[in-house]
Design a protein. Sequence first.
Length: 308
Amino acid sequence: MKDRFVVSIDLGGTNTKIALVDSAFSIQQKISFSTKNFFSHRDILISEIVKNVTMLLQQHAMTSRHLKGVGIGVPGLVNFKKGSVYYLPNVPRWKDTPLRSILERKLQCRVFVDNDVNLMALAESRLGAAKGFKNVLCVTLGTGVGGGLILDGRLFRGSSFCAGEFGHMPISVGGKRCGCGGKGCLETYVGNKVILNQARRKLRKKGITLEALSELARKGNKAALEVYKDFAEKIGIALSGVTNLLNPEIIVVGGGLSFAGEFIFKTMKQTIQDRSMPVQAKAVSIKHARLGNDAGLIGAALLVYEQR
């Protein structure tokens, strides 16, 4: 049994998911809790993670000695080499957190820490929509906008391990202040809250949800379709810049907003074709992420297994 399992952790700004994953990257069991309930202090959130990992192992009559390791993805900037978190834009009080050393001390096993969208990119490139491709951009569209890069078949982290921050590309000279500290970032124009605010204004419905917006779009509601078209054009313009810069073979799009489906994919694809340079535009395809909400957990397991 030893070394046949990994505990994967996906720390999100809304919920934290923890799973027991086997060597075939099949999730044996998954549990979750609300991250927001533990925003008051970083150490309380870490203790809750440790408590849930321990509980998960106990349910399978296991201890950390049975694990190959623990992989954890977090929604922010990570020093992969040190296993430390620079900061998390949407989770307070996590600046300069030595997460790997804390968890290794508490769990008594090897721990690997990376950005959550890096782990999604790893999973989609090995087992999902981008399997077989060497140069891949993965993008998540949700509360925030994230990105992960696979270049020449390997996860590309950059000189400070912080590459791929697609949502924090400035698209305005001035622009709104972003949670990252910058101004005019893509994320400030296309996140969940922005889309819902636009929908409320256009539809004059205060309590509208993304699900209701998608339903209206499916029924051909002009205002709902305009909201999605504006959103998809902004994403498409940003993706055009990345397409010109990196010349990827495939762009994989996931996250909650991606489930709007053809309302956004058609416009994104057309914008990339119209705004990218012809050679790069011809080379790239756009696909919906295949692994869904489990991509980060599967990627965390892959991260552990790919370490030497």
